[in-house]
Write a protein that binds this ligand. Structure first.
Ligand code: SF4
Length: 250
């Protein structure tokens, strides 16, 4: 299949994932309705990721964790919260409980005390204890390396499952958050109206050597350079390749 055909298939195809952010970030696309309609060609796509890799060969996320379980908990807690805010809460929490067994023993009330500075802490504390119980009772206390098993855990869903699979198990999935959604539609790498469509599209078109780290490169690019309100185009390392018609000037 040619790249162009693959893009068409991915664009039309339905994602296996059903990310929770699909509807909630549509306004972001509307706000950038002047984004270029045609995605970059495959040679440009390769050059974009070559530059990301050259600048940061081993990109890392910013959530703190010590094992797959604490990564899972940190990602669950990070929904609609900043990584910094989550890290402040999870330092003491993970010192007290870094396994599902210990989290279960801690109990919902104490978990809630640790995470009460994070938005939606009541629901999140409940989910963290509930998912810990399932891991203990159904998975021998381990985090399963399976999308199907992960996304049915309380508070998890497809996007969180993709992040955990990518970071903890080296599965080349590209979970799409608000930053990746914006960046992909601006450059554009893949044009899509929902996070699910963009994830399916990116996973189909990003060349295999770059797929594992694409999630982190695109998030970091969106967070620190291609910012929502005012992208920093003059210092952007891919400005000459980007087709966004509303680039900023110095
Ligand atoms: S040139 Fe501007 S709009 Fe394009 S990717 Fe870079 S920061 Fe984003």
């Amino acid at each position: 299949m040619t790249d162009r055909a693959a893009r068409g298939t991915a664009k039309r195809g339905k994602s296996a994932a059903t990310g929770r952010l699909g509807g909630s970030i549509r306004p972001a696309l509307t706000a950038h309705a002047d984004a270029a309609p045609e995605a970059v060609d495959s040679a440009t796509l390769v050059e974009i990721f070559r530059r990301f890799q050259a600048a940061e060969p081993e990109p890392k996320g910013e959530l703190h964790y010590v094992n797959p379980f604490t990564l899972l908990v940190a990602v669950v807690l990070s929904a609609q919260a900043t990584d910094r805010g989550v890290n402040l809460a999870t330092g003491p929490l993970f010192a007290a409980a870094d396994t599902p067994e210990k989290m279960l023993a801690l109990g919902e009330e104490r978990v809630r005390d640790f995470v009460r500075t994070i938005g939606l802490f009541n629901t999140k504390a409940k989910n963290v204890v509930a998912l810990s119980r399932i891991l203990v009772e159904q998975h021998g206390g381990a985090v399963p390396a399976s999308l199907e098993a992960l996304q049915v855990l309380p508070g998890v869903g497809a996007k969180t499952a993709s992040v955990v699979l990518n970071i903890a198990f080296g599965v080349p999935r590209i979970a799409v958050d608000t930053h990746i959604f914006r960046v992909s539609n601006r450059i554009p790498l893949f044009v899509g109206t929902t996070t699910d469509k963009v994830q399916a599209g990116l996973e189909a078109i990003v060349p295999e050597p770059y797929r594992l780290h694409a999630h982190h490169w695109l998030i970091l690019h969106g967070r620190y350079t291609c910012k929502a309100r005012k992208p920093e185009c003059p210092r952007c390392r891919i400005a000459d390749l980007c087709r966004y018609p509303s680039k900023t000037t110095a």
